[in-house]
Design a protein around this ligand. Structure first.
Ligand SMILES: CCCCCCCCCCCCCC(=O)CSCCNC(=O)CCNC(=O)[C@H](O)C(C)(C)COP(=O)(O)OP(=O)(O)OC[C@H]1O[C@@H](n2cnc3c(N)ncnc32)[C@H](O)[C@@H]1OP(=O)(O)O
Ligand SMILES: CCOC(=O)c1cnc2ccc(OC)cc2c1SCCC#N
Length: 389
């Protein structure tokens, strides 16, 4: 398959697969800032660049609306991600973020927002190297403007703006195969509301299974089991940071998170991110935590339901509590908060609880990529410690 754009980019190329002479690390060296194109790339005549100020209510609403109607759908067009405005503000304004990396394209005449792409700064460790990167996400071209080669222009423009901040690497995921994934994860789904998942056509009644039997199969206790489990608070940030950094040290590609990052990414935000810690009733030390983020989806073409409430496993550290028990408590909390499904990737140690907690494998794969950084040998999902939103 030809990749006319990606073959021009500093990414692992399919033709180089298996070439053991190529070493791990940057593919191209940094350039002097004077060498970075100072003006934006050319757009087709009818369109103009715009920087999207997510603090501005109207702009945030325009971004929300573009994504709600034009962002990622599953292969059967059953669902479309429906990131909320609060979620987008959270995802796009971490410590040290650049407004200039929140890039939109408008129709000059109408000012309608028709395309979007974002970057946020992150420190990513690849084996023993901590690299400043951009995490690129929310690439979206309006359905009416597809297959016009707009995406490569969006990608080159965000690359240019990232280069202007003297950052030369990026991390991103996609459901499509591009040159070249450094690992590929599978989504797993744990039904919390099996009747709704069957009503929308995602799940089917198993053979020799009635609806009531199916509901019983996925039933969860009304309350959690772990003593000392409570919502995470600001005062827990130092302990959670220590726990998370120690836990992530075993993986090959992970975020290098300090207390500022943990405060942003893990402090609970209603309907955005939920984090719970285990505070030992005896010693009052924080020994474990779990977290999940809230990413609803529009249910397309269904009479009875319009929104799927989905929780996505984020970062979990089980040090004193068995991971199985900790994650079962996460399911119980998600069910208490009326989520329909709890999703998790087979990354980190997740595969040790997925089957036991009645997750089923999805048919969607998530490919992970680095830009301008070669990873010598592709990783197993269990070597990956990075969750992108
Ligand atoms: C140092 C800093 C570096 C920063 C930048 C790092 C890199 C960041 C990279 C971005 C990471 C984003 C991560 C992210 O947001 C998470 S993945 C979600 C991407 N968004 C969606 O799927 C939303 C619905 N789809 C669309 O809006 C359009 O289909 C898009 C815009 C996806 C493509 O628009 P289109 O109208 O359908 O297509 P053309 O304009 O005609 O362009 C065709 C070219 O685009 C390549 N393509 C297609 N999908 C892609 C994808 N998901 N990543 C990268 N490339 C993708 C494709 O291979 C082809 O190139 P090739 O001919 O070489 O094969
Ligand atoms: C019920 C299980 O499926 C999903 O939760 C879901 C929801 N919305 C989507 C929107 C776009 C989409 O495009 C790939 C997939 C979904 C999926 S499955 C993959 C995500 C997970 N877990």
């Amino acid at each position: 398959m030809r990749h006319r754009f990606w073959e021009t980019q500093p990414v692992g190329q399919f033709k180089d697969a298996g070439d053991i002479s190529l070493s791990e690390g940057p593919i191209e060296p940094p350039a002097p800032l004077s060498a970075v194109k100072p003006e934006p790339y050319n757009l087709p005549a009818l369109y103009e660049w715009t920087t999207c100020d997510m603090d501005d209510e109207q702009t945030c609403a325009e971004v929300y609306s573009l994504l709600t109607n034009n962002y990622v759908e599953d292969d059967e067009n059953m669902f479309r991600f429906n990131y909320s405005k609060e979620f987008l503000r959270w995802a796009l304004r971490p410590p040290g973020y650049f407004k200039s990396w929140h890039i939109g394209v408008r129709v000059k005449a109408s000012k309608k927002l028709v395309a979007f792409i974002t970057g946020v700064p992150a420190r990513i460790r690849v084996r023993n190297e901590v690299v400043r990167m951009a995490e690129v996400n929310f690439l979206c071209v309006h359905k009416k403007l597809r297959s016009k080669r707009l995406a490569p222009v969006m990608i080159k423009e965000v690359t240019r703006r990232v280069h202007l901040e003297n950052i030369w690497q990026a991390a991103y995921t996609a459901g499509v195969v591009l040159p070249t994934p450094f690992t590929t994860c599978r989504y797993w789904h744990r039904s919390l509301n099996p009747k709704k998942l069957i009503d929308v056509g995602f799940s089917r009644l198993g053979a020799r299974m009635t609806m009531s039997r199916t509901i019983r199969l996925y039933k969860l206790p009304g309350s959690t089991a772990t003593p000392g489990l409570r919502k995470m608070e600001l005062r827990d940030v130092p302990a959670v940071t220590r726990l998370l950094r120690e836990y992530l040290s075993q993986y090959v590609v992970v975020p290098d998170l300090d207390e500022n990052d943990v405060e942003h990414w893990l402090l609970p935000l209603e309907n955005v991110v939920e984090s719970y810690v285990v505070e030992s009733p005896e010693t009052h030390e924080v020994t474990d935590f779990f977290s999940f983020y809230s990413l609803p989806s529009s249910i397309l073409n269904n009479q009875n339901h319009s929104v799927l409430k989905a929780a996505y496993s984020y970062y979990n550290v089980a040090k004193k509590t068995p991971l199985l028990q900790l994650m079962n408590d996460a399911l119980i909390v998600a069910k208490q908060k009326d989520y329909d499904v709890f999703n998790a990737l087979d990354a980190m140690h997740n595969e040790t609880f997925l089957k036991e907690l009645k997750f089923g494998p999805g048919d969607g794969q998530l490919h992970y990529y680095l830009y301008n950084y070669r990873v010598r040998n592709a990783l197993r999902p269990s070597e990956l410690g990075l969750v992108l939103l």
